[in-house]
Design a protein around this ligand. Structure first.
Ligand SMILES: [Zn+2]
Length: 67
């Protein structure tokens, strides 16, 4: 009693992380080349927008001169 709709002989198809459509083997894990590029751009934009961690702690406040 195997349900052909729930059992797949090949790897499981995951939904596209961009639009949640079923992914295609050609553009796995995305559903299309477009979504793959969207994800790529997302990564790039995030990478470029990573805020530079400045050492705000190292300030004159570390040495409170006026007590
Ligand atoms: Zn998609």
């Amino acid at each position: 009693m195997s349900d052909p709709t729930s059992q797949k002989p090949e790897r499981r198809m995951r939904p596209c992380p961009i639009c949640s459509k079923l992914s295609t083997p050609a553009d796995y894990p995305f559903c299309s080349d477009r979504c793959a590029k969207v994800d790529l751009n997302r990564w790039f934009s995030e990478g470029y927008s990573i805020p530079v961690v400045e050492t705000d702690d190292l300030d004159e406040n570390d040495f409170p001169d006026e007590a």
